[in-house]
Design a binder for this molecule. Structure first.
Ligand code: FAD
Ligand code: NAI
Length: 468
């Protein structure tokens, strides 16, 4: 039986990044993936294909509605969905192929098949065809990710009632597209099909969209998406979805009233759940929490010696970059180094237009907890570059400790918010203050000047707007 120093199960961003880092540290590393392609949810059916469609559909809207404002006349703009989908598939293929090349380049041994831990230190691999194989290692990292929550009252049928996976490849825009859940998936994929011509209705149980993000910014995002043509029903709990002759009917309750919503496609995006089936964790006695997530300590160790877990299969935000950082920290700890993840500064982004980005505390959370904070805000309509770009919607907002001025959180609603937030994350990582960021030179004219100005607004000395 071939013996490795570390075996990684699952090749999503958690698993494949852990494998590369382990190999860099000189560990003899194996990675096992049950799907034919490497890259996990993120590369194959998550982050990457959704962003490819968001980019293409944004260009479509630009060509149809925005270009004329720049003095560019484009007549007869038409949707060529097969080409759009093929481009998305090509991007996915390039990246999953890239991960395979990275495995090879780092001398990580890749196995294809279902991995099951049969006892601590030993893993059986069952390929799709052929005989099973067994390999051994002192350290086994479970990185088996997550899957969409499939509710019995609205089961996926792969055709009419679907998960994000199918909503990434409809062969035509649904006429009426119903989205259940106004989280990241619902808002991003709702946006894609709305831009491509579908009538999109979003039903959300909570009184707000984008839970976890700053409430004020989330409300502004809802307003922007409504202006783009999406319809929202908040405080609307969907009880069931039934399909009749290819038409779906969602039965919901809103303020005690029973409502029915009809559609030709329904996306059920009510969250994802940790996936640890088939990996043998339960058989060898790995402890799970009440939500089926593998329990780990701060060193990513399960209760079984030599078995670790990272990424979506453990607690915390289900984000690719969180999984990556955990993968790196986990194998660094295995190699005897001091790996760690700073959970206080994990950015979250919803890639709509405008994008919503957040890190650390929100204003509503700080107020709810009665914290002594100062808030600084700056609108993109007062930023030269945003106006020059004709993309002046949105705000930057900082939350800083009222006594020390340390940045506790920030939110950005804007075009390119996903890129702008990185600077704030870096300053927060070093424990910086709003004054530190506000006094840092930012190139002119850039959108990042709005970040600087919002930081200055905490101390009431923003330059291009009145300070109250
Ligand atoms: P996964 O990526 O889920 O990978 C787990 C892998 O393990 C899979 O390939 C699976 O086949 C394999 N596996 C499972 N069991 C076994 C077994 N027994 N043997 C062998 N292999 C096994 N996050 C972001 O940060 N940004 C985004 O923009 C973003 N967009 C998203 C869009 C969509 C539509 C979806 C669905 C998700 C998105 N996410 C995004 C979330 C992101 O995809 C996940 O947080 C991330 O993929 C988690 O990484 P992971 O390595 O923990 O697990
Ligand atoms: P989510 O947990 O973000 O949102 C689900 C929403 O559905 C919640 O607002 C919830 O209140 C609502 N809901 C639940 N049951 C309902 C019901 N019966 N009726 C009406 N509303 C109901 O889950 P989502 O969007 O499915 O995303 C899953 C995970 O994938 C998230 O954790 C997210 O982190 C990750 N993801 C991240 C992305 C990003 O970083 N841009 C993009 C897509 C997914």
């Amino acid at each position: 039986m071939e013996k490795f120093d570390v075996i990684i199960i699952g090749s999503g961003p958690g698993g494949y990044v852990a494998a590369i880092r382990a190999a860099q540290l000189g560990l003899k590393t194996a990675i096992i993936e049950k799907h034919t392609e490497l890259g996990g949810t993120c590369l194959n059916i998550g982050c990457i294909p959704s962003k490819a469609l968001l980019a293409s559909s944004d260009h479509f809207v630009f060509a149809k509605k925005e270009a004329a404002k720049h003095g560019i006349k484009i007549d007869g703009v038409q949707l060529d969905l097969p080409t759009m989908l093929a481009r998305k598939d090509k991007v996915v293929k390039t990246l999953t192929g890239g991960v395979r090349a990275l495995m090879k380049g780092n001398k990580v041994t890749t196995f294809s098949g279902l991995a099951t831990i049969i006892e601590p230190g030993k893993v059986r691999i069952q390929p799709n065809d052929g005989e099973p194989n067994e390999i051994a290692a002192d350290h086994i990292v479970i990185a088996t990710g997550s899957v969409p929550i499939n509710l019995p009252s609205m089961p996926f049928d792969g055709e009419t009632v679907v998960s994000s996976t199918e909503a990434l490849c409809f062969d035509k825009p649904p006429e009426k597209f119903l989205v259940i859940g106004a989280g990241a998936i619902g808002l991003e994929l709702g946006s894609v099909w709305s831009r491509l011509g579908s009538e999109v209705t979003v039903l959300e149980f909570l009184p707000r969209i984008a839970i976890g993000f700053d409430l004020e910014m989330a409300n502004l995002l809802q307003r922007a998406l409504t202006a783009q043509g999406m319809t929202f029903h908040l405080e609307t709990k969907v009880g069931s979805v039934k399909v009749n002759n290819g038409r779906a009917i969602a039965a919901a309750t809103k303020g005690g009233e029973e409502l029915n919503f009809e559609a030709d496609k329904v996306l059920v995006s009510v969250g994802r759940r940790a996936f640890a089936e088939g990996v043998g964790a339960d058989k060898i006695g790995v402890a799970m929490d009440e939500r089926g997530r593998i329990k780990v300590d701060e060193l990513f160790r399960t209760n079984i010696e030599g078995v670790y877990a990272i990424g979506d299969v453990i607690a915390g935000p289900m984000l690719a970059h969180k999984a990556e950082e955990e993968g790196i920290a986990c194998v660094e700890l295995i190699a005897g180094k001091a790996g760690h993840v700073n959970y206080g500064v994990i950015p979250g982004i919803i890639y709509t237009n405008p994008e919503l980005a957040g890190v650390g505390l929100t204003e509503d959370f700080a107020k709810e907890k009665g914290m002594n904070v100062r808030v600084g805000k700056f609108p993109f309509r007062a930023n030269g570059r945003a106006l020059a770009n004709a993309d002046a919607e949105g705000w930057v907002k900082f939350i800083a400790d009222a006594e020390t001025d340390r940045i506790l959180g920030a939110s950005i609603l804007s075009h390119a918010a996903s890129e702008l937030i990185a600077e704030i994350v870096a300053v927060m990582e070093f424990g910086g203050s709003s004054e530190d960021l506000g006094r840092t030179v930012h190139a002119h004219p850039t959108l990042s000047e709005a970040v600087k100005e919002a930081a200055l607004a905490v101390g009431k000395h923003a330059i291009h707007i009145g300070n109250r």
